[in-house]
Design a protein around this ligand. Structure first.
Ligand code: SF4
Length: 766
């Protein structure tokens, strides 16, 4: 099928030794190369001088926080932040001439990397029914077309409004306001695919679906436990915080199926005296666990702690905390007593001594921070695993005090903020009531579609208009072929974007691309230059103000695009003064302050140099649960029943990538160069399968009698537990079944897919 997937084309795999240290001089070198290659001379330095600074703009990369106190004026960013900037502020443009020259069929044959490098889209573009070329269209015509299509639907629930995590608080709030005035809660977002399990599990057990720690807590921890994450690539400035923790005497346990470079050793490029040295060893104990065995590991550790506590009462558990602040302790103890250590150990890929060593480190620590990312969240049992993390923290009293707590490390820069200000397929009663009072309308209450249900609704013909606020939906979602079929059946697909991506090529009968300002660019509205704001992984809201001239006079801000669509769609039915909201974003922030708790005096506090912290009960041992206490939880252990020739596959990101944006073709830290269609396999598994380095294979996954296939991958021997394999996202997304998800959060199982590896041609890499 054309255009659904990145083309089945190999680029020329090169393998080198994985790197031993993250960052350092190579990171500086690659950062400069990107700026030099993609940005205008002079703009690079001007932009980077303001990146993550107090008066500057928020990095459009990940959601890692900036220091509250002083920030280094030289470089308060990482290699991947620079790549994100070079990508957004690129000097290249995908002009109307570009679209006239290249048909959508031709562009469908380009890789995601090639599409991204075509440059910024500078005018609204329209793909007419049956046409093979996008052509320019005026803003008003585009808005009217969207309004007509939406109003022609039989029900507002036939439209889907997706949000990516780049969208600012201001744009996200306006967007959800428009969607709710239109009459639906169909607001899937990228959280549905990354940390929905966090929101679901943590809301239940600690009363807040977010982490409890600050950056200071990481610096002050006795022990950091990092699980299922690759900070060197996905949130690189976390390494600076880990370095501080180590310098303060902290220890670190890393639990991951791959020995990621960024977990092991870090050379801080911001410290000239360190840059030529050996770097900081980060991990004291590395546990190379099998995919999705984290719950078993946590259960074994808890059993060891319980045994020690029984032997030496009061020396391991924090009974005062347990008594005052928790419920469910005795049921948890009963669960541990009934669990078998041997059963847990059997399939997890670790030695008993390693588990005891981890337990020993935990026993000797008073202040523990557990950090985790998608290695934990994207499984059928991920909410149970996250609750086991909380059990461990609760029994140690390691939450709500300095140097302790839970730290889900979020992905895209404002993914947390978008949810905070109302983007969700569920309508929070408090937000509904506040919006009802402030805007005088009745918001819908029926639950809308999350990402998986949105894909199903389009596939089944129940949804007919797709609107994407940022992102690259088709590359992000599971089961690519299935999901693409749904998008192609839509009457209209609309994407608010800065650059070309695959979602523009997997389109409905008609399609629009609405080009928006980037974070790096100034935003001039009727009452002057505007700023927006974002919430980072630790609940700090800060302003973001771009510095560059917009790359085209025909761009609009995301807020202005929402207002344009809302005005054309809702017409006289709306109760919102959209023009006033856009004239000065203070009006939007006033509305947020009135409708979303925690944003009181928003306009005043967001102008503080380092922004402000949103309320966080668990940080102060206040748990907004049914009984006001944190909950120990009890769960069944899950296990994967693999057939003899099956492997458990996780999708991972390369170092030259951020989510669906492909900055380059190398995965430098892992030593995999110039190719993305690869599968990392344990050398012993390769031998058993008769595979050699570079062999070409097809991958299949079979669920509920349906076989999915991803063709033409090359085998790479790698340090990964036996029975496990790793492939890149999004190339292998087509194998992730739409039918399997976490039971409570609905998150797809992108990190535990059963696959078979079928040798295509026995042709080794020359
Ligand atoms: S750590 Fe994340 S937010 Fe910070 S500069 Fe790097 S990509 Fe940007």
């Amino acid at each position: 099928m054309p255009n659904e997937l990145t083309p089945e084309r190999l680029n020329g795999l090169e393998l080198r030794e994985p790197q031993r240290k993250a960052a350092g001089l190579p990171a500086l070198r690659y950062s400069l190369l990107h700026v030099n290659e993609y940005m205008h001379a002079g703009e690079g330095l001007k932009t980077l001088a303001k990146l993550n600074q107090k008066s500057g703009f928020d990095c459009p990369g990940c959601a890692w926080p900036d220091p509250d106190g002083s920030r280094t004026p030289m470089a308060e960013y990482c290699e991947n932040g620079v790549k994100a900037i070079a990508e957004e502020a690129t000097k290249f443009k995908a002009s109307p001439e570009f679209f006239a020259k290249h048909s959508i069929d031709e562009l469908g044959e380009w890789t995601d990397f090639e599409l991204g490098k075509s440059g910024r889209i500078v005018q609204p573009m329209y793909l007419a029914p049956g046409s093979k070329h996008y052509r320019p269209i005026g803003w008003d015509a585009a808005f009217n077309m969207i309004g007509e299509q939406l109003n022609a639907l039989e029900s507002p629930n036939e439209a889907i409004f997706y949000t990516s995590g780049r969208t600012s608080n201001e744009a996200a709030f306006l967007y959800q306001l428009f969607v709710r005035q239109f009459g639906t809660n169909n607001m899937p977002d990228c959280s549905n695919m990354c940390h929905e399990s966090t929101g679901s599990a943590l809301s239940e057990v600690i009363g807040l679906g977010k982490g409890s720690v600050t950056l200071e807590d990481i610096h002050e921890a006795d022990l950091i436990i990092s699980m299922g994450q690759n900070p060197g690539t996905n949130h690189p400035r976390m390494l600076t915080a880990l370095e501080k923790c180590k310098e303060n005497g902290g220890r670190m346990i890393s639990v991951n199926p791959l020995p990621e470079t960024g977990l092991m050793s870090f050379v801080n490029p911001q410290r000239p005296l360190k840059i030529l040295g050996r770097g900081t060893e980060l991990t004291d104990l590395f546990l190379q666990i099998k995919i999705n065995e984290d719950q078993s590991l946590l259960r074994m550790i808890a059993k060891i702690l319980l045994e020690e506590e029984k032997k030496y009462p009061g020396t391991v558990f924090d009974h005062e905390f347990i008594k005052r602040h928790t419920s469910g302790y005795s049921e948890w103890v009963d669960m541990l007593e009934a669990s078998s250590f041997e059963e847990c150990l059997k399939g997890c890929g670790l030695a008993e001594s390693e588990v005891y060593e981890a337990a020993g480190l935990i026993m000797g620590s008073e202040r523990i921070v557990i950090c985790y990312a998608m290695g934990l969240t994207q499984h059928e049992n991920s909410t149970d695993t996250i609750k086991e993390l909380v059990n461990l923290l609760l029994v140690k009293g390691s939450i709500g005090k300095p140097g302790a707590g839970i730290c889900p490390v979020r992905g895209h820069s404002n993914v947390q903020g978008d949810r905070t200000v109302g983007v969700w397929e569920k309508m929070k009663p408090e937000l509904a009531e506040n919006m009802r009072n402030y805007f005088n309308f009745e918001p819908p209450t029926e639950e809308g579609y999350n990402v998986i249900n949105a894909c199903k609704a389009m596939h089944e013909g129940k949804a007919k208009v797709f609107f994407g606020m940022g992102g690259n939906f088709i590359s992000a979602v599971p089961d690519t072929v299935y999901s693409a079929k749904g998008l192609r059946q839509c009457e209209l697909t609309v994407h608010v974007s800065t650059k070309l991506n695959r979602s523009h090529l997997v389109h409905g009968k008609q399609a629009l691309i609405l080009p928006c300002l980037g974070r790096t660019e100034t935003d001039l509205q009727a009452e002057g230059e505007q700023f927006v704001s974002c919430e980072n992984s630790m609940g700090v809201v800060q302003m973001s103000k771009g510095v560059l001239e917009p790359c085209s006079p025909d761009l609009k801000s995301e807020c202005a695009i929402v207002a344009g669509v809302a005005t054309a769609t809702l017409k006289s039915k709306t109760t919102v003064r959209w023009d006033r909201m856009i004239a000065h974003y203070d009006h939007i922030r006033d509305a947020i302050a009135a409708c979303v708790s925690g944003f009181e005096r928003y306009n005043e506090r967001v102008r503080e140099p380092a922004g402000f912290y949103l309320p966080n009960g668990p940080r102060n041992r206040r748990f907004n649960t049914s009984d006001g206490k944190a909950h120990f939880s009890v769960s069944d252990l899950s296990c994967h029943q693999l057939e003899e020739d099956e492997f458990l596959m996780m999708t991972v990101r390369s170092h030259d990538q951020y989510n669906t944006t492909i900055y380059g073709m190398d995965d430098r830290y892992r030593g995999i160069h110039n190719e993305r269609r690869i599968i990392m396999m344990n050398p012993d598994d390769m031998k058993e399968q008769g595979l050699e380095t570079g062999y070409k294979v097809n991958l299949t996954s079979e669920y509920d009698g349906e076989i999915r296939e991803a063709r033409l991958f090359q085998v790479v021997p790698y340090s990964i537990p036996r029975g496990n394999v790793a492939t890149y996202f999004p190339e292998a997304n087509t194998l992730v079944p739409i039918t399997r998800q976490n039971r409570s959060s609905g998150i797809p199982i992108s990190k535990s897919v059963r696959v078979k590896v079928n040798s295509q041609r026995k042709q080794a890499l020359s």
